[in-house]
Design a protein around this ligand. Structure first.
Ligand code: PLP
Length: 481
């Protein structure tokens, strides 16, 4: 499997899965994609139906990572996807399924269900990919005799998923910046209660934007970055995207009895990483009818799929919502889809994303390419705070199921795109406990708390407070590696 950049560099060069695993953007500023998507055969689809999650992950990943031996990859996927790691299930009988499918009921002439992706250690779907990344990093670094220092900024989900994936991993340290006293008590406790010596929490006196600016400043200091082996685990990382392909297959098998059936997926979206994986599953041949992109008030993606106009927002135009993990001003994985939409023409992708930088966006409405959005199965919708509250209340009253704010955005939009006879699977991206305030507003009761998290706020916390200055963060890192 060879990887190419969406902006054209590397055509003719060879990049393996392991080559791009630890990096971010391609040298030309583009994103990596396989030179071609592997197509699955009808026989494979039939054979995969009965596999465990770990073995399905192995079958899918080996198509993208042929430079890792089958034996090693099988061991990595089996170590990653264990019932022990994904143990925060709400129904005891589903503990071994990793991503259980929960049927809500019949609506609009079809069955609506939730694919539970948030039973991992940090109760958000990011664990699904990040846990694999932790094991892949440790494996690859050991093979190459290397070490890596991951620097990141978080306002919640990504940072804790990264820390729980990398804790105790040989050769890896994590330096995670978060805005001091601005995360919820629950999210703070999740991150700061980790006592592992390779995890460093830096509470930055400032806001999330200050944290992101520091990460950018440190990453732009190329000499410091190289000398200190600084890397990232952000959502453009290819291994994260490909790990997410697996649960589209698993969800499809759980919702159907034969490969003649088609299903639709609704994906609560921010940076377009999750739904990009759905697109790839479809390109591989999984019988997906529709991929429904659900946004919150930050509707950059909904606007594109409705109108063909991609217009990134400024910081001032970006809302702070009650589904905060979807609060984005631009969608960092979107370029991967645009590359496919334009028939894989890197020169045009380069031009369009130059326009994004220089003019704040591009308009494909008049081009024939936009009409192809439908061929790729994409539709979209948006949700607001009032929609979330209504949906959380409705689902609780109707089905006795408590859902989080992001999943509520998904279900609200899914209901606008139901097709009779085509099962609709909404990806459940987090558990309600992480967003207690909105649960209390909607239901006037406390969110469900998985047993492992009872009393987490009382545990001792390990973190250091730093002023919002890149120089201080650099010194902090240099002293500890
Ligand atoms: C990250 C996140 C999303 C958005 O996923 P993308 O891959 O960025 O589109 C949705 N919901 C939750 C809970 C998340 O943590």
């Amino acid at each position: 499997m060879n990887y190419i950049s969406t902006r054209g560099a590397g055509f003719g060069e060879r990049h393996t899965f392991s080559d791009i695993l630890l990096g971010g953007l391609a040298k030309d500023g583009g994103l990596y994609l396989p030179a071609e998507y592997p197509r699955i055969t009808a026989q494979e689809l039939t054979a995969w139906r009965s596999l465990s999650y770990a073995d399905l992950a192995y079958e899918i990943l080996r198509k993208f990572s042929d430079d890792i031996s089958d034996e090693d990859l099988r061991a990595l996927t089996r170590r990653t996807y264990t019932a022990n790691t994904y143990s925060n299930v709400r129904h005891h009988e589903s503990a071994s399924q990793i991503t259980p499918l929960k049927t809500l009921g019949e609506e609009g002439g079809t069955t609506v269900s939730l694919l539970e992706l948030s039973n991992g250690p940090t109760l958000a779907f990011k664990d699904m990919a990040m846990q694999l990344l932790g094991n892949l990093f440790e494996y690859t670094l050991a093979k190459e005799g290397q070490t890596l220092n991951i620097l990141g900024a978080t306002s919640g989900d990504t940072g804790s998923a990264a820390e729980y994936a990398m804790r105790g991993k040989q050769g890896v340290r994590v330096f995670m910046l978060s805005p001091h006293q601005k995360m919820s008590a629950f999210q703070t406790a999740q991150m700061f209660s980790l006592q592992d010596p390779n995890i460093f929490n830096l509470a930055v006196v400032g806001n999330f934007d200050n944290c992101q600016d520091i990460v950018k400043a440190v990453s732009n200091d190329h000499a410091f970055k190289a000398a200190n082996k600084i890397g990232t685990v952000n959502s453009i990382n290819w291994a994260r995207v490909v790990a997410q392909v697996v649960y589209y297959f698993k969800g499809y098998f759980a919702a159907t009895k034969s490969n003649a059936e088609r299903v639709s997926f609704t994906v609560p979206s921010g940076n377009f990483g999750n739904v990009c994986a759905g697109h790839i599953a479809r390109m591989m041949g999984l019988p997906i009818e529709q991929l429904v992109v659900a946004t919150n008030e930050n509707d950059v993606l909904d606007e594109f799929f409705r109108t063909g106009i991609y217009r990134v927002r400024t910081a001032a135009e970006t809302y702070h919502t009650t589904s905060p993990s979807m609060d984005i001003s631009k969608a960092s994985n979107f370029e991967r889809f645009v590359f496919d939409l334009l028939g894989r023409d890197p020169a045009r992708v380069l031009q369009l994303f130059r326009d994004v930088e220089e003019k704040g966006g591009f308009d494909l409405a008049a081009s024939g390419d936009f009409a192809r959005v439908e061929e790729f199965g994409f539709v979209s919708g948006r949700s607001s705070h009032a929609d979330r509250v209504d949906t959380i209340r409705d689902v609780f009253e109707r089905y006795g199921t408590m859902i989080d704010t992001h999943t509520a955005d998904g279900l609200k939009v899914a209901r606008e795109h139901l097709k009779p006879g085509v099962p609709m699977i909404v990806l459940e991206t987090a558990q309600p406990i992480k967003f207690g305030e909105t649960i209390r507003e909607a239901l006037e009761r406390e969110p469900e708390r998985p047993a492992a998290f009872i009393g987490i706020e009382e545990l001792p916390q390990k973190f250091d407070i730093v002023a919002a200055e890149a120089g201080l963060v650099k010194a902090y890192i240099a002293e500890r590696i």
